[in-house]
Design a binder for this molecule. Sequence first.
Ligand SMILES: NC(=O)c1ccc[n+]([C@@H]2O[C@H](COP(=O)([O-])OP(=O)(O)OC[C@H]3O[C@@H](n4cnc5c(N)ncnc54)[C@H](O)[C@@H]3O)[C@@H](O)[C@H]2O)c1
Length: 336
Amino acid sequence: MVATSTFRIGIIGAGGIAGAHVASATETGGAVEVVAVADPVEASREKLASQTGAEGFQDAGALIDRAKDLGLGGVVVCTPPSARLDIVERALKAGLPVLCEKPLAHTLADAKRVAELGAAHPKTPAFVAYCHRFAPAVTEMARQIESGRLGTVTRFENVFACDLPGHKDKWFSDLTLAGGGAFIDMGSHSVDLLAFLLGRGEIVGAVTDRAWPGRAETSATVLLKVPSPVRPNIRKGVAAVIESGWAESSRFTLTVVGTNGLLHYDYEKPTELVFKDLVGQAEVSPIETHGVRFRLQLEAFARAAMGGEPGCLSTFADGVHAAEVVDRAGGSSNLL
Ligand SMILES: NC(=O)c1ccc[n+]([C@@H]2O[C@H](COP(=O)([O-])OP(=O)(O)OC[C@H]3O[C@@H](n4cnc5c(N)ncnc54)[C@H](O)[C@@H]3O)[C@@H](O)[C@H]2O)c1
C-alpha cells in the first residue's frame, strides 16, 4: 500500500479523451497523478504510460486488482460506452471511486444497469464526466440566472457541432457500439447542460439526418421543455433547442434567453461571456476559458473520492436522465 497525499488515478481506455484527462492531471500541479493505464491496444496504453510513468495493463481487471498496491484513489473510465458495465462493476466491487466518461452507456438499459451498480455501492463515489458543467462560463450563467439578471428565463439554445469525417469509420457511428450518433455523442452533453442549468428536459420532438449510409445519424435537432426548473427565475415549461452535428461547420455555442436579455457563450471565443439586453446592447465580460473544465472536473472527483462534497459532478442518475432523453429521441431515427 502506497501512502501519499496525491490523489492517484488509473485510466481505463487510453484513446483520445484519456489524453485530455492525462493533460488535466498534469495541470493540477501534482494534486492528481496518473499511475496506471489499461488498454488492450499496446500502442495506446504505452503512449500514455510513457507520457506519465504509469504502469500499463492489458486488461482493466488486472489494473483494478492492483489498486491497493498502487495506492489508487479512483479510476477514470474512458472506454467506448459499450465496454463500461463490467469495468464499473469490478471497480465498485473493489471499493474504487469511478469517474465514467459520457455517455454512461450505449443503451438506456445498460445505463440503468450501471446506475443500479452505483446505487448498490452507495459508499463508493461514482460520477459521469459531463465536463461542460465545469466550464467557468456555465458556472457564471447559473449565477446570473439565479441573480435575476436575465429576468425570467424562457429559452435555452445549445449547439455542439463540427465536421468529424473520421467518425464515419470509427465505433462512434456504429450503432451497436455507440448506441446512436451525433445526439448521444455531442447532444448528451447538451442534455446534461440543460438539466444542470435549467432542469431536466422532456423531449417534444426530434429530427435527425444521416450523411453516411448504414451509420448513425450525423445531425440531430431536438426540441425539449423543462417542466420543473431547478433554479429561480426560470419559466415552468421553459423551451430548449439542442443541435448536434458531426458533418457540418463548427458551432459550439450556448445561449440562455430571458425576458430582460440573454447570456451567450461561444466556445470559439473562450474568454468572452456576452450579455445582450432587449435592444441589442451587448456587454462582453472576461471569463476563464472552458479549457480548464477537465482539470476542474478531475479536482472535483478527487475531492469527492476523498470524502468531500461532489460539487457539480454529474451523478449516475444524471447519466440515466441523459440516456432516457437520447432513447426517447429515437437514436438515429426520426421521432416525428
Ligand atoms: N467529455 C468529452 O468531452 C469527451 C470527448 C471525447 C470523447 N468522450 C467520451 O470518451 C469515451 C472514449 O472516447 P475516445 O474518443 O477516447 O475513444 P477512442 O476510441 O479514442 O478510445 C477508446 C479506447 O478505449 C480502449 N478500450 C476499448 N475497450 C476497452 C476495455 N474493455 N478496457 C480498456 N480499454 C478499452 C480502446 O482500445 C481505445 O484505446 C467515449 O464514451 C466518448 O463519448 C468524451
